[in-house]
Design a binder for this molecule. Structure first.
Ligand SMILES: [Zn+2]
Length: 343
């Protein structure tokens, strides 16, 4: 804690501090110094000076986040002014951030909002790290928290009416690729490609799921699309064999096109152009975050789905994440993250 304070103080230093009062500084020194300090204060507000406490205190807990008990009493406030409660069952206190992703936060929620605006505004993570003056490691940790929050986000997605599906592939990291016996790389849609199922409908809904390496079997395709396409819908797709079991069991009205012929068509005549564009955007997005592990792919896909689906306004998306975090009690502690992801 002591270290934390010193490091903040040292970061607020300027090379002209030894001159004392502002009138001893030249105009240029004053200008740079005040711009720097104003920016710093803006980026590192004191919690008490923001509307954060008012916002946090506007949310009433409905149960104890530790045991689920609905009987608790108001129990004063924390040092920063957040309402505290006392659970009658295990005689312990909690507040609205207990057992949420914001628990133990040393920095203001405002930094989270700032980070989310950048991420959901579709800036690259590296950029978010640089702009927010956080180390890359912190951004990685925050991203892991965000992924944790978005886990299961697509579970309830159900495409209906006019549904378009396609699979798109991205290569595995070099270190995870299988090499042929002669030492060469496998070609084409081999096991060294990660297959992503993509679905869209005419109601502006999107869904993205990682369904394993290589071309999917009918069973694997059915396991994914089967949960996200409403039976009886119209299905627009390429003539991929693995789609057949799904078309049959969901009683879909199938409109399939030969993907080799589609490639020769101009965009305005291509019936699959809409989903081609989505796959292109997805690849662009994943490329901006290259170097992730296979295990992290679904996290990126959930984020991309959250980015693509309604509401369309970035600030509304940010609000949803913040509120979800406070209502759903999911925690990811910094230590747990590093035990599982050593640097
Ligand atoms: Zn309790």
């Amino acid at each position: 804690m002591k270290y934390h304070k010193t490091s903040i103080a040292s970061r607020r230093k300027t090379p002209w501090d030894f001159k004392g009062a502002d009138e001893n500084l030249s105009a240029s020194e004053r200008f740079i110094k005040h711009t720097y300090l104003d920016t710093y204060t803006f980026r590192h507000p004191k919690i008490r000076e923001t509307e954060e406490i008012e916002f946090l205190n506007s949310i009433e807990p409905y149960k104890c986040p530790m045991c689920g008990n609905e009987e608790f009493t108001h129990w004063g406030q924390t040092r920063s002014g957040i309402n505290r409660y006392h659970c009658n069952r295990y005689k312990s206190t909690f507040n609205i951030t207990t057992n949420t992703l914001f628990q133990d936060r040393k920095i203001s929620l405002i930094k989270w909002v700032d980070y989310l605006i950048r991420i959901l505004g579709h800036e690259s993570f590296l950029m978010a790290s640089y702009e927010g003056r956080n180390s890359g490691t912190t951004t990685k940790y925050w991203t892991a928290k965000l992924f944790r929050c978005l886990e299961g986000y697509q579970d309830g997605t159900l495409l209906y009416d006019r549904v378009m599906i396609d699979e798109t592939y991205i290569p595995l990291r070099w270190s995870n690729r299988e090499i042929r016996e002669d030492g060469k790389q496998y070609r084409g849609l081999s096991k060294n490609q990660m297959c992503i199922a993509v679905g869209i409908d005419n109601h502006g809904q999107y869904y993205f799921e990682y369904i394993g390496q290589g071309k999917p079997s009918g069973k694997r395709a059915m396991a994914s699309y089967g949960r996200h396409v409403k039976p009886g819908s119209v299905l627009i797709h390429d003539s991929e064999r693995s789609h057949k079991p799904m078309v049959k069991s969901l009683e879909l009205e199938s409109h399939s096109y030969d993907s080799r012929k589609l490639k020769t068509l101009p965009d305005d005549e291509n019936p699959m152009a809409e989903i081609d564009d989505v796959c292109f955007l997805l690849k662009h997005f994943l490329h901006a975050h290259s170097g992730f592990k296979e295990i992290e792919l679904q996290g990126y896909l959930n984020l991309f789905a959250f980015y693509m689906n309604p509401p369309n306004d970035t600030l509304e998306k940010v609000r949803i994440i913040i509120l979800c975090n406070l209502y759903l009690h999911k925690t990811l502690k910094y230590r747990d993250y590093y035990i599982r992801n050593p640097r």
